[in-house]
Design a protein around this ligand. Structure first.
Ligand code: ZN
Length: 380
């Protein structure tokens, strides 16, 4: 049964609508806001008054006159508040202070040992505290992106095999400590959101962004929105069985995609110390390096072919540490993905390397917080 919205809900909704309009079209006059939102001029003036008080909006220069007195234009203030974004990466916590337009003002990182679940949490609290102390502006909230299955609504990490976190109420713990709103999201999903926002996909409504590191996960954007599925696990492809290789996966099973195509697996099988060395050997045509990377690329490509069949998306972007392997790896993934799906679907599919900024996950976490707290969507 649909309930009638209460006065308070309507007011919050209208206030967000006005804020979003100023955010998207700044500088803009009150009259233009009223036209764009369909609200009366009186309500707009009233709601703008509150936004001026909150400091998110300011009055600027006068706009062109349409007959009478030239109207004062409203501007959104990107630096009115800052967001703390944190990426729980493989070997470190990457944190940043991000303004309300998605510009990074300052970054900080702390190393972590993924085998010590308690210490990782402790470090995370420490990093958030440092970033809050760094800020000379009010903090809107904290956005955290971490690998694993996340109940994004409650902020509970249901399971993160790489960090050994299980049913951890991460959002509540960080929120209690720092007395701020906290939103927690899956790292691949956050990366997909940022890639979609900053990667120049304006003319494509759908995108699958695949983050390949030790773990492998995809983020799915459908019709311009992050799709997380019924249990928030959409895109959790790293533990899809792809091989009968009997190689144990961190999830407790064998033959998962990560045991063939994850960076730890690739380095182990190739004998390279790190991705830079592997890339050098790959470029030099080293037989073992080529064989291992091609096998990894084919396994990933086949799983992506399944996603093309399931979702019919035209754009797939590969992100994360494995992108360092470059075109040779990309070409194998692309060829196999296209060959594994119905040609009519895969003919149009473009598989590319994504925006290679190491801050992509932090930006995605910040973007999610901004959407959930203020109803704003970052746009470039
Ligand atoms: Zn697994």
């Amino acid at each position: 049964v649909r309930q009638k919205a209460t006065h308070g809900q309507t007011r919050t909704y209208n206030s967000r609508l006005v804020l979003r309009t100023v955010y998207d079209q700044s500088p803009i006059s009150r009259a233009e806001v009223a036209r764009a939102t369909g609200l009366t001029r009186t309500s707009v003036s009233d709601l703008v008054g509150e936004l001026l008080e909150s400091g998110l909006v300011e009055e600027g220069e006068r706009g062109p006159s349409t007959g009478g007195k030239a109207p004062i234009l409203l501007r959104f203030i990107s630096g009115a508040q800052l967001v703390v974004g944190v990426d729980v990466a493989e070997t470190e916590l990457r944190g940043a202070l991000v303004d309300l337009r998605g510009d990074i003002r300052l970054t900080r990182s702390l190393p972590i040992d993924a085998n010590d679940a308690d210490a990782t949490l402790h470090r995370l609290q420490e990093l958030v505290g440092q970033l809050i102390a760094d800020s000379d502006r009010p903090i809107l909230g904290v956005g955290i992106a971490t690998p694993g299955l996340i109940d994004s609504r409650s902020g509970v990490v249901r399971t993160s095999v790489h960090l050994d976190w299980r049913d951890l109420p991460l959002g509540a713990l960080v929120s209690e400590r720092h007395r701020l709103p906290v939103h927690v999201a899956n790292d691949s999903q956050a990366a997909a959101l940022a890639e979609y926002t900053f990667g120049g996909y304006a003319d494509s409504p759908n995108l699958v962004a695949v983050k390949v590191g030790r773990g492998i996960g995809a983020g799915v954007i459908l019709d311009g929105h992050l799709f997380v599925g019924d249990g928030a696990g959409a895109g959790e492809i790293g533990h899809t069985t792809v091989a009968d290789n009997r190689l144990a996966c961190q999830c407790g099973r064998t033959g998962c995609l990560e045991t063939v195509a994850g960076t730890r697996a690739i380095l182990g099988a190739s004998g390279a110390a790190d991705l830079t060395e592997l890339r050098r050997r790959l470029d030099a045509g080293d037989g073992r390096a080529v064989r291992v990377v091609e096998e990894a690329g084919r396994a990933l490509g086949r799983v992506l072919g399944g996603m093309i069949g399931a979702l019919d998306v035209e754009r797939i972007a590969l992100l994360g540490p494995a992108a360092e392997l470059g075109d040779r790896w990309l070409e194998v993934v692309r060829t196999e993905a296209v060959a594994s799906a119905l040609p009519l679907l895969s003919d149009r599919t473009q598989v590319t390397l994504g925006v290679l900024s190491p801050d992509i996950v932090v930006l995605g976490a910040s973007a999610l917080l901004l959407t959930r707290e203020l109803g704003l969507a970052l746009a470039r």
